[in-house]
Design a binder for this molecule. Structure first.
Ligand code: MV4
Length: 489
């Protein structure tokens, strides 16, 4: 593989190209008119403008991307995440054009894109599923009987959904038929596929996912777990590896199940198997993401592997150079997604110009981003500015580094989720490791965020005049900008 086109933008495009360059592979960027001066375009050896800013007129134009790739003699296309990354038709067209798709086979993508097909694929393996229906429910009366049998609350989920889209909670038998109707019509209008199924509702679950890696010769390994329970509206905010609650035994069993999920569809490349874990540490397979994920860096930090390098090696036909026994967890990593959203105003989008943009630095601090000072954050795409990743020998050390990095990150222009990240990392529930997917709902409000600032200033006042002097401006700072110490430097 001599030339790779990255069919994506922003931090992930840049991240993929950095590994390609290190491997001696030349790179082609694609971009929309909004991204003409973006770092991923400047970094690439060649770049192709796809069209106007909206994704449908640029980053989603699969056929145009393939045509340009052929013209430039590209031999591999990496889709990143989002956009075309889980589009089986795109993967198929790439392969048909003679270019290598750096990702799983189209069939694996297609099966995992349907929650029901995914459940069906894994049913003969040792993979625990949430109690529920194995097939799409069609008969309302029959379905209600099944739901009654499972016991409420139950969830009605769209087979074509995922990431929280197309789910409905039913708390009482009387509500079932109405909610089922809604779920079907939502699924039909959102996905063009009205298939829905029923699952028992797991209350207060943790979201834990297992990274897997497979070559084309039947070798599949897992790269341990990522804890992704801190989310708001199905948007992950803080991720970490390893999880504070997994025992060695549970990790082994979940890892083995994840490998079986991958093997059930003859998966190749990097993928992620999502599980729910309940308060008794029972785990259930939810879905498989057939792409490189946003939060992959925490896995890289604790395993020492470069996942993009592994994807490229597998795609060019190499065998995995290690087996499960060679892999172990070393240290602890945290990732905070820094969004251009206002932590103090219910995460309202806050795009605009990055007037000041200074990254934190230091040992164990990694910033994956796709912006430079002075750039505008386009309104057309995901508002993630950066991923702030820290690594330490323990969770406490990684956490300390994260808090310092948040302080050192200087962003002026848009409001960001840095103050929210700080709130999470300082919260007792997070520190103790006793939290679940309801963390944000349970503990966060703009008022509590403000309170946490003033408590800190009070504590500092008690600690002494010098410290108070340094912290007191943080009290008022959040209303103006998120990074309090900034004004003084
Ligand atoms: C569930 C669940 C509880 N019980 N399924 C949300 C995203 C999608 N991947 C599946 N999701 C859930 N499925 C059963 N049977 C709770 C969620 C859920 C959730 C899952 C992971 C992370 C955050 C979440 C937030 C709300 C609900």
């Amino acid at each position: 593989m001599k030339k790779i086109l990255v069919a994506n933008r922003g931090e992930i495009a840049l991240r993929v190209m950095k590994t390609a360059k290190r491997m001696g592979i030349s790179t082609v960027a694609v971009y929309s008119e909004a991204d003409r001066n973006a770092p991923h375009v400047k970094f690439a050896d060649e770049a192709i403008c796809l069209g106007p800013p909206p994704s449908a007129q640029s980053y989603l134009l699969g056929e145009k991307i393939i045509k340009e790739a052929l013209r430039l003699g590209v031999d591999g296309i990496h889709p990143g995440y989002g956009f075309l990354s889980e589009n089986a038709d795109f993967a198929e067209k790439v392969s048909a054009s003679g270019i290598t798709f750096i990702g799983p086979r189209p069939d694996s993508v297609r099966i995992m894109g349907s929650k029901l097909a995914a459940k069906d694929a894994v049913k003969d393996f040792d993979v625990p599923l949430v109690p529920g229906t194995e097939e799409a429910v069609t008969d309302k009366v029959e379905a209600r009987k099944i739901a009654d049998g499972i016991g409420y609350p139950i969830l009605v989920k769209a087979s074509a959904g995922g990431g929280g889209k197309g789910m409905r909670l039913v708390e009482r038998s009387e509500d079932f038929e109405e909610q089922l109707d809604r779920a079907v019509s939502e699924a039909t209008s959102s996905f063009g596929d009205g298939s829905v199924f029923i699952e028992k509702f797991v209350t207060n679950p943790r979201h834990i996912e297992i990274q897997i890696l497979a070559d084309n010769y039947g070798n599949t390994v897992h790269l341990f777990e990522r804890e992704c329970s801190v989310q708001r509206r199905h948007q992950k905010v803080v991720e970490e590896a390893p999880s504070a609650i997994l025992t060695e035994d549970l990790r082994k069993r979940m890892g083995a199940s994840a490998v079986q999920v991958a093997q059930s569809v003859n998966y190749t490349g990097a993928g992620t198997v999502e599980f729910l874990v309940d308060d008794h540490l029972n785990y259930y397979f939810l879905e498989m993401n057939t792409r490189l994920q946003v939060e992959h860096p925490v896995t890289e930090m604790i395993t020492g592997l470069d996942l993009v390098e592994q994807q490229i090696r597998v795609a060019r036909g190499e065998k995995l150079a290690f087996s499960q026994e060679d892999l172990s967890i070393c240290g602890h990593a945290l990732e905070l997604r820094v969004y251009a959203e206002d932590s103090y105003d219910n995460f309202m989008p806050s795009t605009g110009n990055l007037e000041v943009y200074i990254r934190p630095e230091g040992e164990g601090v990694r910033v994956d981003d796709g912006f430079e000072e002075g750039m505008d954050i386009p309104v057309y795409y995901d508002p993630m500015i950066a991923k702030l990743i820290t690594y330490g020998s323990t969770r406490a050390e990684a956490s300390e580094k994260m808090l310092q990095a948040i302080e050192d990150y200087k962003i002026k222009g848009p409001q960001t989720t840095l103050p929210f990240g700080r709130f999470v990392l300082k919260h007792d529930a997070f520190i103790s490791g006793k939290f679940d997917t309801n963390f944000v709902k349970k503990y966060y409000s703009p008022e509590k965020l403000r309170e946490s600032w003033s408590e800190e200033a009070n504590a500092a006042a008690l600690a002494g005049a010098f410290v108070f002097d340094k912290l007191s401006d943080k009290l008022s700072a959040p209303q103006v900008e998120e990074n309090a110490a900034w004004g003084k430097r």
